[in-house]
Ligand binder design. Sequence first.
Ligand code: M6R
Length: 611
Amino acid sequence: MCGIVGYIGNKQVVPILLDGLQKLEYRGYDSAGIAVLLDGKIERRRIEGKIAGLKEKMAKEPINGFMGIGHTRWATHGRPTEENAHPHIDCKNEIVLVHNGIIENYFTLRQELIELGHKFVSDTDTEVLAHLIEENNKSGNFLEAVVKSLKEAEGSYALAIVLDKTPDKLYAARLGSPLVIGIGEGEYYIASDVLAILNYTKKVIFLEDGEIAEVSKEGFHIYTIADLSRVNKKAQLITWDPITAEKSGYRHFMLKEIYEQPRVIEENIKGRLSKDKEEVYLDFPDLPDKELEGIKKVLIIACGTSYHAGLVGKFILEKILRISVEVDIGSEFRYRDPIIDKNTLLIAISQSGETADTIAAVKEAQKSNAKIISICNVLDSSITRLSHGVIYTHAGPEVGVASTKAFTAQLTALYLLALYLGKLRKSISKIELIELIDELLKLPKKVEAILENDKDIIKCSKTYFKYKNFLYLGRGINYPIALEGALKLKEISYLHAEGYPAGEMKHGPIALIDENMPIVAIVPHGQVYDKMVSNLREVQARQGVIVAVGYKNDEIVKEMSDYFFTIPETIDFLTPILTIIPLQLLAYHVALKLGVDIDQPRNLAKSVTVE
Ligand code: M6R
């Protein structure tokens, strides 16, 4: 987590840094700071809290300058105080740096540096790097000093570094945390994420792990950290529109992103299906058809919301491919000695492509020669680079910390992948394929219809925002939607919500049910409809409050429910893309009533780049 940004050029640097940090705030918002180099002197401003506070401070204590670095922090080592805020400096205020990642051996390094006479003023792991570079810079070659220090440091980093004696240079290095260089006219940008620099340039270079860049107004050189050999890289053009990273009149990014879903689903389908609905076009250049035909098992790895998409994926892929699918949480997978081999297809799902636990799991799977396909939203992110094939979800930047459009885009990608593999492996007939594609194509309009019909959801949120505990129930392919609906509510409203398979209720959770515990039930028609209705009768018998999501014409569930949110009909198999929409809106409107920070909920960050 944490966001870093840097600039060198002819423009005043502070507004560029503040703008970039604002765009990166979703990565962490515990503290923020910037450092500017002017006339050979480093000036810093730091605050505890959000970028808004830093802006106020900069207005009161302005700094001029044309090169500098900035940081927005998600605290790992040390409390979110001003002292622990980045940028961090060395003893002589000559070296200043910002860091995203964790220096795992910081404690040992810190002790060694203290013995050498270095004075530490923060509790962070990052400060160690400033002093270590200072210690190693005695030879006078700064690039070599940085590289030597990085070799001594263990852990992960994206770094931007400034030395007062080289006012014409900015240094950037990457290992395990993303970093991009933006190319302008006589000016260059450094950032954790393209979003930070999209207003200024769309031409970028992604640094790879183990690379360091020396950037000046005239250009840049990239070297390997291992032996300082030169690396040549091609610039890429980013297609994201800066406007999609703005709120566009919506009160919150989350709401805007919920309403973008019809377009996102459509864009994911568009261009990937043939007109006659008989072909799905996906391109895995490093995975020949023969290898995909030989797959014996599928393993899905992800975290959080992406994990919930993976759980739906299990139903989708098992149904179409008739092979066994396991789903694992990234942080669990690597410690359970999993059984995988070259005939395993590993599907890594991640909006950011930078989630540390998912990356670690993918690396683990690589050792067993599994075939890796990732479903990611961010171009050229770490997970995409570890994969033999990628399905990009084309959701555009997702800024709200609570994932919404990325989820439905991931589900769409999973349907497409299942149909593609099903056709390849002949586990789906032509008629079935056409039928499913036909229904898939109708989804954007159906999602639109749900979004237009939010009155009951708003009314319901006004009733239930005062309740403290919620139980979300679903079965079959909609059980993961119960988990996802509950996650949405808890992460943005801080209310306790549990997702549960409805059939399991009688094995324990039923004890919780009373008039103070709303049950949010997902009950579209399909294979498990009757079973769900029976489960709801059990709730009714215990005076439980029922909020249900189901088909419009379902008089039975409507009559049983205190609130009933309707979705248009589709086939059972596709319902999760529709049932999640009212639950996203419910979580949003409850949080709105509670007056909490919806886009940046406490303790969270958008991209969890630490294990
Ligand atoms: O970028 P990723 O999809 O890998 O992120 C995974 C989770 O951190 C993420 O889904 C998280 O759970 C969201 N806050 C959920 O809304």
